[in-house]
Design a binder for this molecule. Structure first.
Ligand code: NAD
Length: 321
């Protein structure tokens, strides 16, 4: 059994190979070759933490495993990231453990890869302005991955906690793009693509503000009770997701679904677009929404490429006696 640290994961997996792995596994889900198992997600009643286990199996790629971890809101004060998780991979033939992989970096790149994949498949080709709501740990990864998929001339951003806006400004500068801090309404008026990546529990973007042709990658809502968008945005737009079951239970679609404004069968698993079973964007006026809830198979797919690359580069620590 091999242990890969955060440092190893960083050295082995980047935006480009994560993008390829996530694309492939979303297609496997659509073809019925891979499936995510029901998610365990519990309020610990300790340290304000939410803890969960996500697991899945890709029969074709023989990827079996789980990610356990969650969100500890007090971590930042301790110099740690709020998200903490570890992926365990198993041999699909025997059930024996293969690897434990520190997964904070991997979670960020696989989440950014899903969002970027939605931009790749669903955003208009003539996008110019990239909007982002959220300025926490994930925001840098989201912006870095997004600019690899479309050409943008500017980034506009809003964050509930204004003191975090310099994070976005720094990332934009590193990407060589100008940054403008705006109100949520101004953001909707100027952005062609909007990424939302907050831990909010109520909507910050209203349906009436969204321009025709906008693509929204809604990435922050991964738990019951979280919310980033007015449910009417999902009711009126075309909704895509990583996993329909998660979308209506813990994803952004939970609200429109519960209100009877969005049917389960109106939500498209994004892999169906990759395999050519469904059309992506139907017209330049359509509003598309990707409800990225975060699935186990994303984690397992990036952990697998880390493991393969580790073997080639002789990285990691063997835990076998
Ligand atoms: P973080 O703690 O570093 O940042 C939190 C962000 O949410 C900040 O921008 C903060 O200002 C904002 N926020 C907090 N409370 C808010 C409120 N009441 N209203 C509006 N905004 C508020 O967290 P992070 O690591 O950047 O993660 C952001 C979100 O993304 C979390 O909800 C996390 O669970 C989620 N996430 C989703 C996936 C996925 O696969 N979909 C993966 C990783 C993280």
């Amino acid at each position: 059994m091999l242990y890969l640290s955060e440092q190893d994961a960083r050295a082995l997996v980047g935006h480009e190979n994560a993008f390829g792995a996530v694309r492939e596994v979303f297609a496997s889900i659509a073809r019925g070759e891979a499936r995510n198992f029901p998610v365990v997600r519990e309020d610990l009643g300790h340290a304000g933490a939410v803890y969960g286990i996500k697991s899945g199996f890709d029969r074709l790629g023989k990827i079996l495993g789980l990610k356990s971890g969650g969100y500890w809101p007090g971590n930042e004060e301790r110099g740690l990231t709020n998200h903490q998780s570890t992926i365990t991979l198993f041999d699909a033939d025997t059930g024996q453990p293969l690897a434990a992989v520190a997964a904070n970096w991997l979670t960020a790149v696989r989440t950014a890869a899903a969002s970027a994949l939605s931009i790749d498949l669903l955003a208009r080709q003539d996008t110019e302005v990239l909007g982002i709501v959220g300025a926490g740990f994930q925001s840098r990864f989201q912006l870095e991955a997004a600019v690899r998929r479309r050409k943008f001339r500017e980034i506009v951003g809003w964050n509930f906690h204004a003191d975090m806006l310099p994070n976005l400004e720094r990332t934009a500068a590193d990407l060589g793009l100008p940054f403008r801090a705006v109100t949520p309404q101004e953001l909707c008026a100027s952005a062609d693509v909007i990424i939302t990546i907050t831990s909010a529990a109520s909507a910050h973007l209203e349906a009436g503000w969204i321009r025709p042709g906008t693509h929204i990658a809604c990435m922050g809502t991964d738990t019951r009770g979280k919310q980033e968008l007015d449910p009417e945005i999902l009711a009126l737009g075309s909704v895509f997701t990583d996993e329909v079951e998660q979308s209506i239970s813990i994803g952004e679609a939970q609200h429109a679904f519960a209100a009877g404004r969005l049917r389960r069968d109106a939500i498209c698993q994004i892999g169906r677009v990759i395999v050519g079973e469904r059309l992506g964007r139907a017209s330049d006026d359509e509003v598309t929404v990707f409800d990225g809830t975060g699935v186990a198979l994303q984690d397992l797919a990036v952990a697998k490429i880390a493991l393969e690359a580790a073997a080639a580069q002789e990285l990691g620590k063997s835990l076998t006696a």
